[in-house]
Design a protein around this ligand. Structure first.
Ligand SMILES: [Zn+2]
Length: 349
């Protein structure tokens, strides 16, 4: 289990206390640990680094691309868990009481974390809902997994690069406001990030264009691509996962099998976070490939590796989709995902 105290000021306090003892013991002979702790927690201007909390890993990665090594970022939702039902442990309150800003997705994705933050944030700290700031309510998507009657819109804006860039701009503006000394650094990181995302967008469009428009149809288990589909010319023909995260009824499954046969898609997609025997059964009975590796918030690779990033995640998904649908993914494969600034964020696993 991840221990948030690893990165909290408590550790710094313990180090400082230890240093005080060592300074006394050595009669002012110095204590290297104190210097290390200081340089790790201050900006080049000598101020304490902003302490930033984030929820899901893609948001943590986007924040790291903008904040780089000038802010201290701690993710809250462990990778590979169901972020839609995630409830933070009471111990997360300790982290929330120390941060300056909490970046969440919003669109009702992280209500329990939001509630805990509201009860524990220190004075002057705030919650910034990136998704909510990036799309007007009139453009919220409601669908099979996220019906309007349930009151929760589809929250997966970040699988669409257009919105991920908006998230990055909101993060940039928030960091600039709170740490003006590093404004030029955050702005330069955003510009580099935007250039890279624009390049990725081009590669996506080139690769998708190799799949006839009529064949760009997605049946996924987890309904994470609604906004992406609209912007990149794909049709979502359905999602298996219903709003309460239960399996669909046998009647619904039979309907989906018919639909897959009718649309003659070459592949249907499952999620690596939500193994689905139902989707496997649909694939078998409709005689189409079942590709069960898509992911929407669990970054590929391990922290520190270039593919362990929002861009790495999107790259993996869209290469997978293109190839499974019989397209040519070489433009996407020529693109190298990675970060534009050092990613020193904590990703709970
Ligand atoms: Zn999701």
């Amino acid at each position: 289990m991840h221990d948030y105290r690893e990165t909290s000021p408590l550790r710094t306090c313990r180090l400082t206390a230890l240093c005080a003892i060592c300074v006394v013991a050595l009669l002012g002979a110095g204590c290297g640990a104190e210097d290390d702790a200081d340089s790790a927690s201050t900006t080049p201007a000598g101020k304490a680094r902003l302490s930033v909390g984030t929820t899901v890993a893609p948001i943590t990665s986007i924040a790291a691309n903008i904040g780089g090594d000038r802010v201290q970022i701690t993710g809250i939702v462990p990778e590979g868990t169901n972020s839609h039902t995630f409830e933070p442990k009471p111990s997360v309150a300790e982290l929330l009481s120390t941060i300056d800003v909490l970046f969440t997705n919003g669109l009702k994705l992280e209500e329990p974390t939001r509630d805990l933050a509201e009860a524990n944030l220190k004075s002057g700290a705030e919650i910034v809902e990136l998704g909510t700031k990036s799309i007007p309510e009139s453009e919220y998507a409601y669908d099979f997994s996220f019906p309007e009657s349930g009151g929760k819109p589809n929250p997966h804006l970040w699988t669409d690069p257009k919105y991920a860039l908006k998230y990055a701009a909101v993060i940039r503006d928030e960091l600039v406001e709170r740490d003006g000394d590093d404004a030029a650094y955050f702005k330069a990181n955003y510009d580099k990030f935007k250039a890279k995302v624009d390049e990725f967008d081009k590669a996506m469009r080139t690769s998708f264009a190799t799949i006839p428009r009529a064949k760009r149809k997605l049946l996924t288990y987890h309904d994470a691509y609604a906004y992406f589909a609209k912007d990149y010319g794909w049709d979502i023909i359905g999602a298996i996962q219903v709003s309460d995260f239960e399996d669909p009824t046998p009647k619904e499954v039979a309907g989906l099998i018919d639909q897959v046969k009718e649309t003659r898609v070459p592949a249907i997609f499952g999620s690596e976070v939500f193994p689905s025997p139902v989707l496997e059964q649909i694939g078998k009975e409709a005689s189409v490939k079942y590709v069960d590796v898509l992911r929407d918030d669990d970054l590929p690779g391990a922290p520190g590796e270039p593919e362990h990033s929002w861009l790495g995640l999107m790259h993996f998904d869209y290469v997978t989709m293109t190839e499974a649908m019989g397209g040519d993914a070489s433009a996407l494969k020529a693109f190298k995902p990675g970060d534009v600034a050092p990613d020193e964020a904590e990703y709970p696993q």
